[in-house]
Design a protein around this ligand. Structure first.
Ligand SMILES: *Cc1c(COP(=O)(O)O)cnc(C)c1O
Length: 415
C-alpha cells in the first residue's frame, strides 16, 4: 500500500496494543486496509459490472489506496472536493458525479476536469448540466429514479429521485441530450436487508424504460449493500448478486448495456473501528472521549447496535451489563442510548473499541467544541464477523451474460 511521505503511521496487531503502548488523549481510529481489500476483491469478482466506490462513506487515503490496489477504478463523487481528492491521488480514476443536485460551478469544474458522468432527477438539473457544459454531447447522463426503500435499515427515499410517473419524459429528454450513454440509477436505501429489493427496483426501472421507449445503456443499482451489525445479519452477499443478475437478464436495455454499482458501506464498514476512553462513569452512563460530533455520528443517530468490546490488559470476569454513552462535547444531543453491553466493572480510564465503524464515521467527524482530533493506527486483525469470509478465488466468478435481440428489436439477456 502506498503511503504519503510524512504521514505518521503506527502499526499494531490489535486495539490492545494501542492501550499497552499508551493511547493518546483523544480517540483512535483503527484502520484495516486488508478488510477493504477483501471486500473489494469480492465485489470485483462477483458484481457482474463496474464498481464505483461511494467516496462519502470513507474518503481516507488508506481506503482509496486499498481499493485502487484491489483494482477498483470507479469512484462515485458528490462534490468538487471529492473530485479533486481522488484525481490528485489517481489521475486515471473514472469518476461519476452522482449527486442529483449540483452547484453550477461544480458541474462546470467537474466537466473541465474530465468528468463525463452526471446524475440528475429533474428537468431543471438537466438544463443546468447542459448549460454549464456548453451543450456538451459527450455526457453520460444518469437519471435517478425514486424507488421503494422499504427493505433498508436507513431509508434514503424522498430527498432524491424522479417519480415513476415523471420519469419517462425526463428519460426521453436525457436520451435526446447525449450521443453517449444514458443510464438509470436508484438507491434502495442504506443497509438494505433484502436482496429482492434490488430486483424489484430494477423491474420498476424496466417499466419506466419501456414507457419511455428509448435505449438505455447503463443500469446503476446504486449502493445499499449491507454489513453485519449485532442483531442485523443480512443474507449472503451472493444472494444480492443473484437477484441483480436475474433482474438484469429481464431488462429491455441496449444489447451491450452495462451494470454499475456504487457500494459505500459494504466495502469499508468492517475495515474501521474506534478506540475510545471512558473519562467518567455515572451508573450506567459512560462519558467517552468520542461521540456524535466526532467519529460516532452514525453510531449515535442510526439507532442500531454497533459491536463494542472492553480493551483492557487483564480480561474482565464481570458479567455484561447495559450501558449508555455520552460524548465529550457539552451538547446534550451528544448521547447514544445503546444499550451497549460491556463488563459491569468498567471504570474510568478503561478503553472501549466500537467496531464496524469503517463507514460514515471518521468521514462525518467535526471539530465542535474543540474535540475530534483523532489519531490513526493500522491494525492487522479482523475482530468482527464478515460478509466476505471466502476468498474471491474460491467462489464462482461472475459469468459473462450473453444478450440476444428480441422480436421487437429491443434486446434481452439470455440465460
Ligand atoms: C451514499 C451513496 C451511496 C452509497 O450508499 P451505501 O448505502 O453506503 O452503499 C451510493 N450512491 C449514492 C448516490 C449515494 O449517495
Amino acid at each position: 500500500m502506498r503511503m504519503d511521505l510524512g504521514e505518521p503511521v503506527q502499526h499494531v496487531s490489535t486495539a490492545l496494543d494501542v492501550v499497552k503502548r499508551g493511547a493518546p488523549d483523544g480517540p483512535v481510529a483503527i484502520a484495516r486496509p486488508h478488510r477493504v481489500r477483501a471486500a473489494a476483491d469480492w465485489f470485483l469478482a462477483h458484481f457482474p459490472g463496474e464498481v464505483f466506490y461511494a467516496v462519502k462513506a470513507n474518503p481516507s487515503p488508506w481506503v482509496i489506496d486499498a481499493l485502487w490496489d484491489a483494482g477498483v477504478r470507479g469512484f462515485d463523487v458528490a462534490s468538487e472536493a471529492e473530485i479533486d481528492q481522488i484525481k490528485a491521488r489517481y489521475a486515471n480514476a473514472q469518476l461519476a458525479f452522482m449527486h442529483p443536485v449540483k452547484s453550477r460551478r461544480a458541474i462546470r469544474r467537474a466537466y473541465e476536469k474530465g468528468v463525463r458522468a452526471f446524475a440528475l432527477d429533474s428537468e431543471d438539473e438537466l438544463d443546468k448540466i447542459l448549460a454549464e457544459t456548453d451543450g456538451a454531447r459527450d455526457l453520460t447522463l444518469i437519471v435517478r429514479l425514486a424507488v421503494s426503500n422499504d427493505a433498508a435499515s436507513l431509508p434514503l427515499a424522498h430527498k432524491f429521485g424522479v417519480s415513476t410517473a415523471a420519469a419517462p419524459a425526463l428519460i426521453r429528454r436525457a436520451r435526446a441530450a447525449t450521443e453517449e450513454m444514458l443510464g438509470i440509477s436508484f438507491h434502495v436505501g442504506s443497509q438494505c436487508m433484502r436482496p429482492l429489493a434490488y430486483k424489484q427496483a430494477m423491474l420498476e426501472a424496466n417499466r419506466v424504460i419501456v414507457q419511455a421507449g428509448v435505449v438505455v445503456d447503463i443500469i446503476n443499482v446504486g449502493g445499499g449493500f449491507p454489513a453485519i451489525y449485532p442483531g442485523m445479519h443480512p443474507p449472503a452477499m451472493d444472494a444480492y448478486m443473484r437477484e441483480i443478475r436475474e433482474a438484469f437478464e429481464e431488462m429491455f436495455v441496449a444489447q451491450n448495456a452495462k451494470l454499475w454499482a456504487e457500494p459505500g458501506r459494504a466495502l469499508v464498514a468492517e475495515a474501521g473501528s474506534i478506540l475510545a476512553r471512558v473519562d467518567l462513569r455515572k451508573g450506567d452512563a459512560l462519558y467517552l472521549n468520542d461521540g456524535a460530533y466526532g467519529n460516532l455520528f452514525d453510531a449515535t443517530h442510526v439507532h442500531w447496535p454497533f459491536p463494542v468490546a472492553l480493551v483492557r490488559e487483564r480480561r474482565s470476569n464481570a458479567k455484561l451489563a447495559p450501558f449508555r454513552f455520552y460524548g465529550p462535547t457539552c451538547d446534550s444531543m451528544d448521547a447514544a442510548a445503546g444499550p451497549f453491553m460491556l463488563p459491569a466493572d468498567i471504570a474510568e480510564g478503561d478503553f472501549i473499541e466500537i467496531g464496524m465503524t469503517g463507514a460514515y464515521s471518521v468521514a462525518m467527524a467535526t471539530r465542535f467544541n474543540g474535540f475530534g482530533e483523532t489519531e490513526l493506527v493500522f491494525a492487522a486483525d479482523a475482530p468482527w464477523p464478515t460478509l466476505f469470509a471466502a476468498s474471491a478465488q474460491s467462489l464462482e466468478p461472475a459469468a459473462p451474460v450473453v444478450r440476444l435481440a428480441d422480436r421487437k428489436g429491443r434486446t434481452r439477456r439470455s440465460k
